[in-house]
Design a protein around this ligand. Structure first.
Ligand SMILES: Nc1ncnc2c1ncn2[C@@H]1O[C@H](COP(=O)(O)OP(=O)(O)OP(=O)(O)O)[C@@H](O)[C@H]1O
Ligand SMILES: [Mg+2]
Length: 358
């Protein structure tokens, strides 16, 4: 059973640059496996999702950006496919994406409450929209969260949910609590009427077990500290804390003994080992007593790299312990050496599925 069964709105936050957009996309793909349909929502108006999927800018409409065929996310899917002779697991999952356009969302919102129709367009002409978004920065957040909740609650004519899950590429940790709670403020201002009802409906979704706010981090001091603070802030704000996604994890290249011994003097030992392996010198027979000069030159830089690596592994270990102390479901995503392309997204999605995040 995946960890977030029953969650329909996944909000992905975290420190800037840690991989929020990437993780949100990979999560939307992982959740789409087994014939599900998911929606990935971008709220920052930067077209990061389009860039990630290598497509042109997304218009303000829900567009299919990826499909997740049976077996596309690695071993488990592939196994089901072959063992059952391809009869089962044949359903293809679909990922849709939406980049919210504030102006359009505002017109939609006004339309919803006041049936403005053409008057809505007139508002744009007279600059009302710029005005409204400027005087009320919170209005933007009301529109964004409202749109996300609409997608979460939307049902088809058959009464079934239109999307199995909605994943939001949300603002960074410092802004996410206020962003998600904006409708509480609105409900406090408008005590009754359609706007009050709407903001209450949005808060009901956001504060319910149907929502999970995940935080992305790296195994570095600042992002981990921001994660620890972020969790406390979300809790204080009464928002449902989800999991921690540790991104860009590098596998250790030295074994435990080497890490612990990295500070010692290994010049002679390493020089001999390199010479024996024929590195920096012509391979020759017989045991050596001295290290050739060409090999010697390699020793110091290699040792320096090794020490640096060992130090980093030890630091990462401390950071990992701090993450574990949060006692939240935690997932690790590998650092992809070539950067993140569509193939990379499938790999990250497969890792998330494997770890039970979807
Ligand atoms: N697992 C990974 N392996 C390799 N590169 C990664 C990985 N995750 C993210 N990246 C790269 O790191 C950079 C930042 O990622 P991303 O844009 O997802 O972060 P972000 O948190 O959304 O940033 P911002 O705060 O600017 O919105 C991108 O170039 C992305 O391709
Ligand atoms: Mg981003």
């Amino acid at each position: 059973m995946p960890d977030w069964e029953g969650v329909r709105l996944h909000v992905v936050s975290g420190k800037g640059g840690t991989g929020k957009t990437t993780v949100a996309a990979a999560l939307a793909m992982a959740l789409a496996a087994d014939g599900k349909r998911t929606l990935l929502i971008e709220v920052e108006e930067r077209q990061g999702i389009a860039e990630l999927f290598g497509i042109s800018a997304l218009p303000y409409e829900e567009r299919r950006v990826a499909s997740v065929g049976p077996g596309a996310l690695g071993r488990s899917g592939a196994r089901t496919g072959s063992a059952k002779g391809g009869r089962e697991g044949g359903r293809e999952g679909e990922v849709f994406a939406l980049a919210i356009d504030i102006e359009q969302a505002l017109l939609e919102y006004l339309e919803m409450f006041y049936k403005l129709g053409r008057a809505g367009k007139a508002l744009r002409k007279v600059g009302f929209i710029d005005f409204a978004t400027t005087i009320a920065p919170g209005l933007r957040d009301v529109l964004l969260t409202g749109k996300a909740c609409e997608a979460v609650r939307r049902k088809g004519p058959d009464g079934k949910r239109h999307y199995d899950a909605v994943v939001m590429d949300a603002p960074p940790t410092g802004r996410v609590s206020r962003f998600l709670n904006i409708n509480t403020e609105v409900a406090g201002l408008a005590r009754f009427g359609p706007i009050f009802t709407q903001s209450q409906a949005v808060m009901r979704v956001i504060r319910s077990p149907e929502t999970a706010v995940h935080l992305v981090t790296l195994l570095e001091e600042m992002p981990v500290q921001e994660t620890v603070d972020g969790v406390a802030e979300l809790r204080a704000a009464g928002l449902p804390v989800g999991g921690v996604f540790v991104n860009m994890v590098r596998p250790p290249m030295l074994d435990e003994a080497a890490i612990l011994a990295a500070d010692g003097d290994h010049r002679e030992e390493l020089g001999m080992a390199l010479a024996d392996a024929g590195v920096g010198a012509r391979p020759g027979g017989g045991a050596r007593k001295t290290v050739p000069a060409a090999t010697k030159k390699l020793v110091e830089p290699l040792l320096a790299q090794g020490r640096e690596h060992a130090a980093r592994v030890l630091l990462e270990r401390e950071q990992r312990a701090d993450v574990q102390a949060l006692k939240l479901p935690t997932y690790e995503l590998p650092l992809l050496s070539g950067g993140v392309d569509l193939g990379g997204l499938y790999r990250l999605a497969a890792a998330l599925k494997e770890e039970g995040a979807a």
